[in-house]
Design a protein around this ligand. Sequence first.
Ligand code: NAD
Length: 356
Amino acid sequence: MTTFTYDALPGRVVFGPGVASTRLAAEVDALGAERILLIAGVSEQSLAKELCAPFADRIAATFSGVRPHVPVEVAESAREAAAGADLILCVGGGSTTGTAKAVALTTGLPIVAVPTTYAGSEVTPVWGLTQGSRKTTGTDPLVLPRTVVYDPDLTLTLPTALSVVSGLNAMAHCVEAFWAPRRNPVSSAVAADGIRYLASGLSALAVDPEDGAARADLLLGAYLAGSAFAVAGSGLHHKICHVLGGAFDLPHAETHSIVLPYVLAYNAPNAPEASARIASALGHDDPVLGLHELGHKLGVPAGLRELGLRERDTDAVLDDILALAPADNPSPVTPDGLRALLHAAWAGTPPTEGDS
Ligand code: NAD
């Protein structure tokens, strides 16, 4: 008999092609907003202005100084711009949502989020702030957007390479949700469906980046991925990528895309149910090869060595990863096992279940 605890997160979601144009004004009205702080990066300003045209008279201030990973000085400027506002409306990717969350964290203002990438931050209560080169993250229900308006048409302009890494990053949230610390039957069901939509969307994107149905699948998959991650948390895969990325300044999403099949290969022998559900969602007999082949089809580098990492670098971070490895990871995380996993991910040899 399964025993579990599940903290459901509140939030309203409006999803569909064109809804940012047709439904955003009503969502802003529903929250009684009179003085709105609009947050959108420079590249997303014209889109944001267009979407806000029906209620332009209620935009009290605009903040466009969005930067990756929300430097504290950016958060401070955005908070100053929020003086007198009663709602934050953010239009953009994870960096823009992150800026809105930084403002909500200290002001308690509600957020309406209009995402334009597959980051998934808009459905999590997780915030991040960067001081110098040090990123701090935390969880606070205050930063969870009140309403999310998901319009897949807004992601049609996202370049293919960014779409691929953003979509595979979402895939990592789903796969890891099966063994993350707060996993439960609800987060696993959400994650399985997330994998299904992401795999379908990514495969179709490889053929035609302007395929509207593929974009809708990807955005729905990204929403489910963010929801699963928000509830289940992160596990071994995220710890490995966090340590590698921090130590060697590796590109975040590419590192995730390369490492994920190797972590699944490591855990699969001791997580047969997760493995079977991931296989079924991917539509492949072998979930490890299914993930590896999907990455290959999408042009993901074969191994960490292609990101410029040296083989001995993987040994240098072994102890740091071991110190963070979750105690209840399906396969015990041993020095030898982890070393083999990292070397295989470095070389890019096709991963096979139980080979690490
Ligand atoms: P991003 O927001 O930095 O955007 C990447 C680039 O894409 C930017 O140059 C942006 O202008 C451009 N862009 C965005 N949408 C576009 C579109 N539709 N068309 C064309 N260009 C577009 O990147 P991201 O991957 O969305 O977000 C990454 C950030 O989100 C990281 O800081 C990450 O830590 C954070 N994140 C947080 C959570 C959380 O739960 N707190 C979850 C996932 C990601």
